[in-house]
Design a protein. Structure first.
Length: 349
């Protein structure tokens, strides 16, 4: 995936500059762009997870806001957050649930600056070979379910689906299989009977008739049905110290993302593909277009956190951590709408 990483680090090809139009960097006396690094969790593995960020980079929206942005690909949210904690990145693009988890731990915590997606884009699928007579979630009793990692949101989602069918987590065996090709290999080898994973992992398996989707959180209504409310997806998070000390850079970053969200609202699929071509698990063009069609609904129209979103995320995490304690005031500090409001005013979103 080195080519993808280099592509994201590039400032954009000449064709991209033509799409973006003349920007403030060409004017005499323009300020030197300020450097900012964003660590993206699972970016290369799941190409559409951080689509707004990719669009902002390819259309040079960061530089228009006075930023020299570097997008780092990391294999998982955990690794992206590790880079943030070690000072190797200023901001992390990860699932919002991590900001809620950080609020329950000692320390300064994390704050979501702008929302990219309004659903986690997860689904639970069963192997047609292992469970050919599957009828409802009750048939998962005593089965092995593959999740990306213990305590991850896909783990919580699987537990919630089981609970809705009257099953306790102890009535199945959860196995951490990672994601991407490793998860697909685990299913094909029979190590697990089902997978709860992001859309990109399941797309090819579903297309080839190897799995059946039995619980879907890839769309807005479907996600609300599973999680019992609006469940935020990916967002950009930063430490409280960064937000306070680098408010100007945080605002410029959010401006660029909101600008990209506005572009995505009316962009044709062919426009998206021209900027962010199929790659990774979605390298097959037809799979990419199908996944893009599903993603369009959940891409945030304006970057705002839904009012009930934080509470929904907390309830989901509490399924795995019943003692998770985040007071109302602490939950409110896991995000801010201030930067998004200013960006929306600037771009008329």
């Amino acid at each position: 995936m080195s080519w993808l990483i280099e592509r994201r680090r590039a400032l954009g090809a000449l064709g991209t500059l033509a799409l973006a139009g003349p920007g403030p960097w060409v004017r005499a006396g323009a300020q030197v762009p300020q450097a900012i690094t964003v660590a993206m969790g699972g970016g290369a593995m799941h190409p559409l997870r951080h689509l707004p960020l990719d669009i902002a980079q390819q259309l040079d929206y960061f530089r228009q806001e006075g930023l020299d942005a570097t997008l780092q690909d990391h294999a998982s949210d955990a690794l992206a957050l590790h880079a943030l904690a070690r000072g190797q990145a200023d901001v992390a693009a990860v699932g919002y649930e991590h900001a809620v988890q950080a609020a329950a731990a000692p320390g300064a915590g994390l704050r979501a600056l702008v929302l990219q997606t309004r659903a986690p884009q997860l689904a639970l699928a069963v192997s047609l070979r292992a469970l050919p007579r599957y009828r409802d979630p009750g048939d998962l009793r005593r089965s092995r379910i593959g999740i990306s990692a213990w305590g991850a949101l896909d783990h919580a989602m699987a537990c919630m689906v089981l609970a809705q069918a009257g099953l306790a987590p102890e009535e199945v065996q959860f196995i951490a299989v990672g994601d991407g090709p490793r998860a697909q290999a685990a299913l094909r080898a029979g190590r697990v009977h089902a997978l709860c994973q992001p859309d990109a992992v399941l797309a090819r398996l579903e297309r080839q008739g190897e799995v059946r989707i039995v619980a879907d959180a890839r769309g807005l209504d479907a996600s609300q049905a599973v999680f019992g409310g609006p469940m935020p997806g990916t967002c950009l998070v930063a430490s409280t110290a960064f937000v306070q000390a680098r408010a100007g850079r945080a605002q410029a970053l959010v401006n660029a993302v909101v600008h990209a969200l506005k572009w995505l609202r009316t962009a044709e699929p062919a426009d998206v593909v021209r900027l962010v071509p199929p790659a990774g698990l979605l390298a097959e063009r037809s799979l990419y277009f199908a996944a893009l069609a599903r993603v369009r609904e959940v891409i945030s129209p304006d970057g705002m956190m839904p009012e009930a979103g934080p509470a929904t995320a907390l309830r989901a995490l509490a399924v795995l951590q019943p003692t998770l304690a985040v007071r109302k005031g602490e939950l409110a500090r896991t995000y801010t709408q201030d930067f998004v409001r200013q960006a929306r005013q600037k771009y008329g979103v």
